[in-house]
Design a protein around this ligand. Structure first.
Ligand code: GTP
Length: 235
């Protein structure tokens, strides 16, 4: 396979599947199956998953709640998704370890970088929950930070769209997809791949991002095979 250590960023919203809220078990099982295929081929997989299917920090602000308070609630939402994914992976025989950026030792290990790396070396999938543990940082930022820390070769950002387009393909029918684009061109063209904090972390640490459609089964394996799927963003 093209990469041997990856960080997979999954969206919380995608976990809803056809549902309006929460977790769609079919979608969860499909993700777990796709991840299992990589582990079977000796790819070291770390995962960060969002929490938007359960709670979003910005939602709290709209309701008059403190942003920081809402962000912490969002971090707990990512733990729920992380635990669901952990269970789904284990039901398929994949060994996992869940590490949380906020200490909750009854349900997860605390985040310890060297231990996470050790787990990966032993073939365990490591799920990083609770974002970075700090408000004002998204799960994309958590994914970028953890990917750099564990020296992943690439971030695979699984989304609903199948790559980076010249414009929003859901709004502009003439939008076309990039196969490759540089960080600088993403910025110069005002395109959105991740929020700027996450994006800058990747750029400055020379960590490529592959944006692809995770909801089409088989795509994840294709990315690892080096097939042209999605868009690769790099320096
Ligand atoms: P090795 O040291 O490589 O054998 O890794 P290991 O993860 O198997 O060792 P350890 O004995 O630390 O962990 C055994 C189990 O306990 C694993 O499922 C861990 O995820 C879990 N575990 C370890 N530390 C904690 C913790 O602080 N909280 C929780 N909830 N579980 C933990």
């Amino acid at each position: 396979m093209k990469y041997n250590r990856i960080l997979l960023k999954l969206s919380g919203e995608s976990l809803m599947g056809e549902k309006a809220f929460g977790i769609d078990n079919n979608r969860l099982a499909s993700y777990a199956e796709q991840i299992r295929e990589l582990v079977d081929r000796d790819v070291q997989v770390a995962i960060v998953i969002g929490g938007g299917n359960i709670f979003r920090g910005v939602q709290a602000e709209e309701g008059g709640m403190d942003r920081t308070h809402g962000d912490y609630m969002g971090m707990l939402a990512t733990m729920i998704n992380s635990m669901a994914l952990q269970a789904a992976l284990e039901s398929k025989g994949v060994q996992t370890r869940l590490q949380s950026a906020i200490e909750m030792k009854e349900i997860a290990e605390p985040y310890v970088r060297r231990r996470a790396v050790r787990h990966l070396e032993k073939g365990r999938v490591v799920i990083f929950g609770a974002g970075t543990g700090n408000p004002y940082f998204t799960t994309d930022s958590a994914a970028s930070l953890r990917a750099i820390e564990i020296e992943a070769q690439v971030i695979l950002k699984g989304t609903r769209v199948d790559g980076v387009y010249t414009a929003d393909p859901e709004k502009d029918p003439t939008a076309t997809k990039y196969d490759n684009i540089s960080f600088d061109d993403v910025y110069a063209n005002g395109l959105k791949v991740m929020d700027m904090t996450a994006f800058t972390l990747c750029k400055e640490n020379d960590l490529p991002i592959i944006v692809f459609d995770m909801d089409t089964p088989g795509n994840l394996k294709k990315v690892l095979n080096g097939d042209q799927v999605g868009t690769i963003v790099r320096n």
